[in-house]
Design a protein around this ligand. Structure first.
Ligand SMILES: Cc1cc2nc3c(=O)[nH]c(=O)nc-3n(C[C@H](O)[C@H](O)[C@H](O)COP(=O)(O)OP(=O)(O)OC[C@H]3O[C@@H](n4cnc5c(N)ncnc54)[C@H](O)[C@@H]3O)c2cc1C
Length: 348
């Protein structure tokens, strides 16, 4: 069978790129082994325009955020499912100084699109926010599992549910062959699986393990709370709380240390006790050393590409960069040099 693109991996990245290529009329196949580490299936799915300890606008927010809603809403219409929830994010202040700093930000036109309101008083008797906090907008969360399930059905003709074995990928005359497929181009969207690829093992991935809990707690405001940990209400008093970040213990198992860390941080945020821990999951984020994604073409192998390295922010990065990658693959439009893997070609 002759096809244009073989995509390896159907996490969030592979799904978005496969959708755009199929929409453009290309013949595609996707190989995905669901049991491989799949960061997307564990993620909380938050998109948050102002992040980090210093609360700065997230990298490229003004380019990324306008595409988020359009893209995921388009997939919702396509599949008839709902997976995008727009929600404000409330971040309590730790001090009066921080409150003042944010009062300053409120006059900054660069923050206008993301700043709903600044509160100088506590917003709930159940929150530990004596100095008030900032309410962010243009934020929310994506139910990535629902999106992937819906898109798996959409790709039923294209999806091959098995492990991709790179040793079977061979260059024959003008195409790549993989089992019975004749392929023009191969795109690695396989998250950390790309670290073991003979083509892309030179790229500096920097995997980060994350652990996340689902808990019952009887406080259900209409916003996400985020300080030290995020707390997303999923419905019926169930909240997703997390996540931890560790570069050292990359074992995929759940740890008591991480569970306690999340619960301690939640105690610093919410006054009510956790009634029950419903689940404890772990995953490893396909992060990169410079925290920028990996897009582009292998320097010497014809038709070998990568779309990867979305780290802790796949939900906000993938819609915008899947558009850029598609324009590159189909029309040779340049990739942003900040994400182009050409920045690492001297590592080979
Ligand atoms: C605890 C945790 C919390 C997170 N929270 C958020 C959040 O709130 N917001 C956010 O934006 N991001 C979050 N992330 C990060 C997010 O998960 C990633 O940015 C994103 O999902 C990466 O998607 P991906 O498709 O590149 O990789 P993956 O989801 O890892 O997908 C790779 C796919 O390739 C497949 N694969 C690998 N090797 C092979 C092979 N040999 N053969 C066949 N298939 C293969 C895997 O099975 C998988 O389906 C979180 C991550 C973790 C772990």
């Amino acid at each position: 069978m002759e096809i244009d693109f073989l995509l390896i991996g159907q996490g969030l990245a592979g799904t978005a790129l496969a959708y755009r290529l199929k929409q453009a009329g290309k013949k595609i196949k996707i190989i995905d082994q669901p049991e491989a580490n799949n960061s997307s299936r564990v993620a909380a799915g938050l998109f948050n325009p102002v992040t980090g300890r210093k609360m700065v606008k997230t990298w490229k927010a003004d380019s990324l955020f306008p595409v988020i809603k359009t893209f995921y809403r388009e997939l919702e219409t396509l599949t008839g499912q709902n997976f995008l929830t727009e929600k404000a994010i409330y971040r309590p202040f730790l001090s009066v100084e921080e409150q003042n700093e944010w009062m300053g930000h409120s006059a900054d036109p660069g923050f206008e699109a993301y700043l709903e309101r600044i509160y100088s008083k506590s917003q709930s008797e159940f929150l530990k926010d004596p100095h008030g906090g900032v309410m962010l907008r243009n934020s929310g969360w994506l139910n990535i599992n629902n999106l992937l399930d819906a898109m798996t059905s959409y790709f039923k003709e294209e999806l091959i549910a098995e492990r991709f074995d790179e040793s079977l990928l061979r260059r024959d005359e003008n195409y790549w062959s993989y089992k019975e497929l004749k392929v023009d181009a191969v795109v690695y969207c396989n998250g950390l699986g790309a670290m073991n690829s003979r083509f892309f093992n030179f790229l500096p991935f920097a995997p980060v393990k994350g652990e996340i809990l689902e808990v019952k707690q009887n406080f259900t405001p209409d916003y996400v709370v985020n300080r030290g940990v995020f707390r997303v209400h999923l419905g019926d008093g169930v909240h997703r709380v997390g996540s931890t970040y560790t570069k050292h213990d990359l074992d995929v198992g759940a740890t008591i240390t991480a569970k306690n860390e999340i619960l301690d941080r939640l105690t610093d945020l919410v006054k009510l006790p956790v009634e029950e821990i419903l689940s404890h999951k772990t995953g490893i984020r396909p992060a990169t050393r410079d925290r920028k994604p990996f897009l582009g073409k292998h320097p010497t192998e014809v038709g070998v590409y990568i779309f990867n390295g979305f780290g802790a922010k796949g939900v906000s990065l993938v819609p915008y960069f899947s558009e850029q990658m598609t324009s590159y693959l189909l029309n040779e439009k340049a990739i942003d040099p900040e994400v182009d893997i050409a920045r690492y070609f001297n590592y080979i």
